[in-house]
Ligand binder design. Structure first.
Ligand SMILES: C[S@@+](CC[C@H](N)C(=O)[O-])C[C@H]1O[C@@H](n2cnc3c(N)ncnc32)[C@H](O)[C@@H]1O
Length: 236
């Protein structure tokens, strides 16, 4: 994301929309369902790098309209972006009833925020591609990140990934296989398929430019699954 200018009045804005912020997410580790009032069979989605929250708010709004018992926790390390998402949620429902909450944190800290098996979906949408080969370890689909996602996913959990960047997509498919994930859905032109989709802010922008959207869904390795042999960029 282009560097965001420091937004004026960030703290009062965070406070005004505070009903949608989880200020101390580590305190909820292992008890997100209890804190959010979710029954055991309801789904909890974690979105990483949510930016200004368009996907999270639209997903929560859709779930609420359909009467689904689903919550989305949207995380970004940049509070200037996060506050825009919180304000969109406020504009939809200032009481805090929209099933979405925002967390200011780094994806690398995920295991400090969620206990093993606590999430039903992890979504990474249009993450920074870090195109230089030297920087592949910064991509949030690099192995240690994928291992964090696998650890917090429940037995029915899925990982979903969208990007406009084909090299990042290929890298991610390679790393998912290397970490023992099984691919369950793939498309190199998501909008040409009937796969249900909620567009993100970046997706809307790229799609308007005529670019295809790449999509992957994968399930994490089950205990005892061997990882695939190393091939591709990261093995070299
Ligand atoms: C290119 S923007 C995409 C925003 C949004 N997902 C979309 O599709 O419109 C990437 C976002 O990821 C966030 N981000 C990058 N690295 C992160 C990390 N390690 N942890 C949390 N957020 C991160 C950035 O702050 C930025 O908001």
């Amino acid at each position: 994301m282009a560097r965001m200018r420091k937004k004026k009045n960030l703290l009062p804005r965070l406070e005004r929309a505070g009903v949608y912020l989880i200020p101390d997410p580590a305190a909820l580790r292992g008890n997100w369902r209890g804190a959010l009032g979710l029954p055991p069979d309801a789904a909890l989605t974690v979105e990483l790098g949510c930016g200004k929250g368009a996907f999270a708010v639209a997903t929560a709004k859709g779930a609420a309209l359909r009467g689904e018992n689903t919550w989305i926790v949207a995380l970004d390390k940049v509070r200037e972006a996060l506050v825009v998402g919180m304000e969109s949620a406020m504009a939809e429902d200032p009481s805090g009833a929209l099933p979405v909450r925002f967390v200011a944190a780094d994806a690398a800290e995920l295991d400090k925020l969620f206990a093993p098996g606590e999430a039903d979906a992890v979504c990474v949408n249009f993450c920074d591609p870090w195109p230089s080969k030297r920087h592949y370890k910064r991509r949030i689909t690099w192995d240690p990140f994928l291992d964090l996602y696998a650890a917090i996913l429940s037995p029915r959990g899925v990982f979903r990934f969208k990007t406009d960047n084909e090299p990042l997509y290929d890298f991610t498919l390679e790393r998912l296989a290397a970490r023992g994930f099984s691919l369950t859905a793939l498309s190199r032109d998501l909008h040409a398929t009937d796969i249900p989709n909620v567009p993100t802010e970046y997706e809307t922008r790229f799609s308007a430019m005529g670019l295809p959207i790449y999509f992957a869904e994968a399930v994490p390795p089950r205990p005892g699954t061997p990882a695939a042999p190393e091939t591709g960029e990261a093995a070299r």
